[in-house]
Ligand binder design. Structure first.
Ligand SMILES: Nc1ncnc2c1ncn2[C@@H]1O[C@H](COP(=O)(O)OP(=O)(O)O)[C@@H](O)[C@H]1O
Ligand SMILES: [Mg+2]
Length: 250
């Protein structure tokens, strides 16, 4: 592991990133020269209309997709240009993911799902950190349950615990509350926020919801593949206002 990594003030960075899908008639320019810094220990929301490039930006930042032009860094490591092996290792060791559909393995228990990325990496969870994470997501008495025996909110809390367990440089969450009722959504958002505030985790989250965005430290608005606005210390009202003024209908 890179010893200087913790000193890197920027957890993830895009510089002049372009992403073009397809060719000729099927050509779609999903990102048009996007530059953005995601500071370590901050919670950032990415908002914008459907098709504006939010997921594409997140996938490019996370090394899940290649860029057409420009560069991406995770901490001090340039992701663009890494070979397959190094990329797989970087995604496994330094990036966490939370998806709208939870993406848990149905045959594994909650505890086994949470441990899986570490198991794959041949590592053991730190017992103290395990207890802290399980306690915060409040899953102590659900650890032996399979996903089908858990509510949506509980499944997403398992996915959050799984993402946090390896203490990645950055967690990317793509509409993590999109499938949850408002109470479960609020629990997941509180948990994500406290992992940032209390444990210094860095999180980048795509959302459509001004209330969800208000849990974060900063909102970046995308429209048609470009960053059109940013907002610090968002409130539901200021996010709505920004959406109206920018005519960013989400
Ligand atoms: N794999 C792909 N192949 C072709 N076009 C794609 C692909 N993924 C996304 N796009 C297009 O890129 C644009 C941005 O998509 P996306 O990043 O998913 O937007 P958002 O997440 O903001 O809804 C859209 O026009 C979408 O249709
Ligand atoms: Mg999307």
């Amino acid at each position: 592991m890179d010893g200087t990594r913790a000193l890197e003030p920027v957890a993830a960075r895009a510089d002049e990133v372009w992403k073009v899908y397809g060719t000729a008639e099927a050509r779609v320019v999903a990102l048009r020269g996007v530059s953005a810094n995601f500071a370590r220990g901050k919670f950032t929301a990415i908002m914008g209309p459907s098709g504006s490039g939010k997921s594409t930006l997140m996938h490019c930042l996370a090394g899940l997709d290649t860029v057409s032009r420009g560069t991406v860094h995770i901490g001090g490591t340039q992701v663009t240009g890494l070979g397959d092996k190094a990329l797989t290792r970087l995604r496994r060791d330094r990036v966490g993911f939370i998806f709208q559909q939870f993406n848990l393995l149905p045959t594994l228990t909650a505890a086994e799902n949470i441990r899986l990325p570490l198991d794959i990496a041949g590592k053991k969870p730190d017992p103290q950190w395990w207890d802290t994470v399980i306690g915060t997501v409040n899953l102590q008495d659900r650890l032996d349950h399979r996903p089908s025996q858990l509510s949506g909110g509980q499944q997403q809390r398992v996915a959050c615990a799984r993402a946090l367990m390896s203490r990645p440089d950055v967690i990317f969450a793509d509409e993590p509350t999109g499938n949850l009722d408002s109470k479960s959504g609020a629990e997941v958002l509180s948990f994500l926020r406290s992992s940032v505030r209390e444990h210094g985790q860095t999180i980048v989250m795509v959302t459509h919801d001004p209330v969800a965005a208000s849990y974060t430290d900063r909102v970046v608005f995308l429209a048609d593949g470009e960053i059109v606005q940013e907002l610090d210390r968002p409130t539901p009202e200021s996010v709505l206002e920004a959406m109206k003024h920018g005519e960013v209908l989400v």
